[in-house]
Design a protein around this ligand. Sequence first.
Ligand SMILES: [Zn+2]
Length: 321
Amino acid sequence: MSDISKQNGLTLRYIDIGANLTDPMFRGFYHGKQSHDDDFSEVLERAAELGVKQMLVTGSNLAESKHAYEISKAHQHKLYSTVGVHPCHAMDIETSEDPDAYLVELEKMALDGKKSGIVKAFGEIGLDYARLNYAPADIQCKYFIKQLDIAEKLDLPLFLHSRDCAEDFETILFPRLALLKRGGVVHSFTGTIEEMESLVAKGLYIGINGCSLKTEENLEVVKRIPLEKILLETDAPWCEIRPSHASHKFLKNANLKISLPQAVKKEKFVMGNMVRGRCEPCAISQVATVIAAVKQIPIEEICEIAWKNSIALFHFDEVSI
Ligand SMILES: [Zn+2]
C-alpha cells in the first residue's frame, strides 16, 4: 500500500467527527439498488492510510443509532458512535407506536453505549428547515426539545444539526446549555458570521466539511472561526468538495497537493477506486487543505488543533500516531 498520509512530506492525523458510515452507499447500494461490491473495509483502510485515526459514526434514528453502535463496536478505539434522532427523522418518533417508549429506548441506548465507551455524543439532534418535507417544523421542534430533556440526564456532548433555522435553534437550545455541561458541536455549519459568533460565544464548537466551504461567503465565515472552536468532518457519503465550489480552487494549488485514489462513476467501479459523488472520510484531507489555505496557516497547525479540540469535546481514547 502506498503511504498517502504524507502531504508536503508531513504526516498528518485527523479525527472525522461526522461520518455516516451506516449509509448503504458504503456497501455498494444506491437508491436501494446494488451498483458495485461492498467496499466498506477499503473505505476504512483508505481513511487510515491518509491519517484518519478515529471517526464518529453518526446515528439518525433508533435503528441507525444501533447500527452505528455495532459498526463502531467492531472497530473499537477507531470508530465511536452517536445516538439520537435527526430532525429529518422526527416523524419516525411521531408515527411510532409509542413515541414516549421510543424516547425511553433512545435514552437507554445512549446510557448503555456511553458505559461501554463507544457512544461519545448525543445526536444528531436539532432542526432542519431546508427539508421540511421530511418533518414539519412543529414536529422537529417538539422532538428537539424532548431530546434535550434526555440530554440533560446523559453527560454526553451534543452533536447538533442546524440548517436554515437559526432563530428557533438558538431559542430552544441556548437556555438549556447551562445544564448541558459537556457542550457540543454544530456540525456541517453553513450559517452566517453572526450565527457562528453567537454559537461560539455559547462555547459550542463548529464542524466544517465540504458543504461548509461551498461559497465565498462560507469561506469568509470559516476564516473567522476561532481555531480553538473548529472541528473537521466529512459528513461522508455527503458533502464532497466539487469543482463548482468556491473551495475547489485551493485543491489545485501544487503546494498542497493531495493524492486520493481515482474516483469513477459507480457503474465503472473496481475495487480500490473511490466513487464519484460518494464522499469518504479520507477526503477530510481536502477539508483541512482548504481551511489551512483560507486561514493562511500551515495544514499541520489546523490538523493538530482540530485533533485536540475533538479529543477535548468527545473524550476519545488517546491513540498513538
Ligand atoms: Zn447533519
